[in-house]
Design a binder for this molecule. Structure first.
Ligand code: HEC
Ligand code: HEC
Length: 487
């Protein structure tokens, strides 16, 4: 099999793909063995030098080859997450499932991030994965008549503080600053005393009208309206009144306030603020969802491959991931992400942002919504892939229901985007959920622009056989814990 992989790989290099060109041009003499990242400016490993790739291919046996590639792309076992006290964990758990944090009084974090496998809803009562969650714009989350959807697919909550995270959200609008502070939509209004990036993130669903806040009285046809939402837009510009109101509701609840006080025994209850709620939410998520202890699948293999081997198919798939299929160019490092933003020309479903003629059709421009730089148009952060088998539907808007389709899209993004058809290729856009969908028949100019700007790495299609795609999916399925350790 190693011969097959190598032959395939060389064919691909002979295609003259940009990756191959970059490799050939990587005359980076400062690179000594394993110092790939220093050479690339300290980022998680990018295209390693040709000679290192060749050295990995030359190793005897697939196990050795895969071990060499994981070292090259700095894919190491996850570190142990920061310790979380029992009191902080239980306070966070109660807050996570409490509707008291929402202005409408009917939504909790748990409404969209199920307290199960990976912190995502994944399957609805009908057994279908949902592309985009219900928005409060259409009324109560549990009202069957509510067909309005959010803009984006809810992220999973696995390992959020492991592997040096740099940002949160698909567009990275909550980010870590070099000095240790946070860049967020609240600017200078962000409270101090936040423990982590994850705690900073937790403050923002509270401000989102369509997620937890709801709408000012008289502004949304009577749906999800409430007095604590009587604040000016953008809410992030003056968030304190919303956080104060949420804090008041928490402290008025005897169970929540007692648990929060117990989580911060050194503080007088009167000095507890929304930052402590955020720290508790982050503490809960950190301890509840982490893959660091996994001793099966690929994580077990990374820790000790003689003790926890992976299947033949997953081994083959792993080699494809790091080599021929080029996945590790972006999915690298311990969290299998480079923390960068790339345009994968993902078909546009969901309401999109923007108004006015220039914004027609409405679309989700991803990182551009934060930076307003053309280079960031339609770019979204590379997601971690740990537990990916449990986080369907995939991509920033949940357009695909299976790993296979998601992988195939990567292999030929432009063709996939252009030939995507709302009528036949969006089975998740169910009647009753009413998710806006635009394909290249209805929005040709938009698709032309999005595909023209597709990430450099996506420009040259990568040809894989059906069995290679199956191997790649087998590998992805092993980025998980639990008994389902077979392909
Ligand atoms: C109405 C649904 C909804 C609710 C309620 C909700 N979220 Fe989310 N969450 C989302 C969506 C959608 C995203 C992605 C949004 C984006 O990227 O713009 C997200 C993103 C996140 C992320 C970012 C993860 C990452 O990898 O970047 C975290 C963490 C998170 N939510 C935690 C929470 C917490 C904690 C709460 C409660 C305070 C909460 N969410 C409430 C839908 C929801
Ligand atoms: C150019 C960088 C890049 C390369 C190369 C790349 N990916 Fe991705 N991947 C991304 C980005 C960015 C996203 C999210 C895109 C979006 O949602 O708009 C993503 C999303 C995914 C997802 C969906 C995860 C989720 O939670 O929704 C999977 C699975 C995935 N990639 C696997 C792969 C595999 C397998 C390969 C190799 C065939 C690969 N990727 C190559 C950047 C990359």
């Amino acid at each position: 099999m190693s011969g097959d992989v190598q032959r395939g790989r060389w064919r691909w290099l002979e295609d003259g793909s940009p990756f191959a060109l970059r490799l050939a041009l990587a005359a980076c003499t400062a690179c000594t063995a394993l110092l790939v990242s220093a050479c690339m400016g300290g980022d998680a490993a990018e295209s390693p030098a040709d000679s290192k790739v060749a050295a990995c291919r030359a190793k005897a046996g697939q196990d050795e080859q895969l071990a060499c590639f994981t070292a090259l792309y700095e894919v190491t076992p996850l570190e142990t997450p920061p310790a979380v006290s029992d009191a902080l964990f239980t306070a966070g758990q109660d807050l996570f499932t409490s509707t008291k944090l929402s202005g409408t009084g009917n939504a909790s974090c748990n409404s969209c991030h199920a307290n199960n496998n990976a912190g995502v809803e994944s399957r609805s009562a009908e057994g279908l994965v949902r592309p985009l969650h219900i928005s409060l714009r259409g009324g109560a989350p549990d009202d069957p008549a509510n067909t309005a959807s959010l803009h984006r697919n809810a992220n999973d909550l696995v390992n959020k503080l492991l592997g040096n995270p740099r940002s949160m959200f698909w567009d990275g609008r909550v980010a870590l600053e070099d000095g240790g502070g946070y860049t967020t939509p609240a600017g200078a209004k962000l409270p101090g005393g936040l423990d982590s990036l994850l705690a900073a993130q937790a403050l923002f669903p509270l401000l989102a009208r369509e997620e937890m806040l709801g709408f000012a009285i008289g502004s949304n046809g009577g749906k999800s309206e409430n007095t604590s939402a009587n604040v000016a837009d953008p809410v992030e510009a003056d968030p304190q009144p919303v956080w104060d109101a949420a804090m008041q509701r928490v402290m008025a609840d005897p169970v929540l306030s007692a648990k929060l006080a117990a989580a911060f025994p050194a503080l007088a209850p009167a000095s507890l603020g929304i930052q402590h709620v955020a720290n508790a939410l982050a503490g809960f998520q950190t301890r509840r969802w982490n893959a660091a202890s996994f001793v099966s699948g690929f994580h077990g293999w990374l820790r000790d491959r003689s003790r926890w081997p992976i299947s033949e198919a997953a081994l083959r798939g792993g080699l494809l991931f790091f080599d021929k299929a080029g996945c590790a160019r972006c999915h690298s490092g311990p969290r299998l992400t480079d923390w960068k933003f790339h345009n994968l020309a993902v078909p546009q479903i969901g309401p999109g942002f923007g108004t006015g003629a220039n914004e027609t059709p409405k679309s989700d421009k991803g990182r551009y919504e934060v930076t307003r730089q053309d280079a960031d148009l339609y770019a979204f952060v590379t997601p971690s892939l740990w537990e990916v088998r449990a986080t369907a539907p995939y991509f920033h808007n949940g357009v695909y229901d299976s790993l296979e389709k998601t992988v195939r899209h990567h292999l030929d993004a432009t063709t996939y985007a252009q030939s995507f058809r709302c009528a036949s290729d969006a089975p998740l856009v169910q009647p009753g959920i009413q998710v806006a969908c635009r394909d290249s028949l209805g929005a040709a100019a938009f698709y032309a622009d999005m595909t023209k700007r597709v990430a450099e790495e996506m420009k040259t299609p990568i040809a894989l056989s059906d069995s290679e795609v199956a191997d790649l999916v087998a590998f992805l399925n092993q980025l998980a814990n639990g008994s389902n350790n077979t392909p």
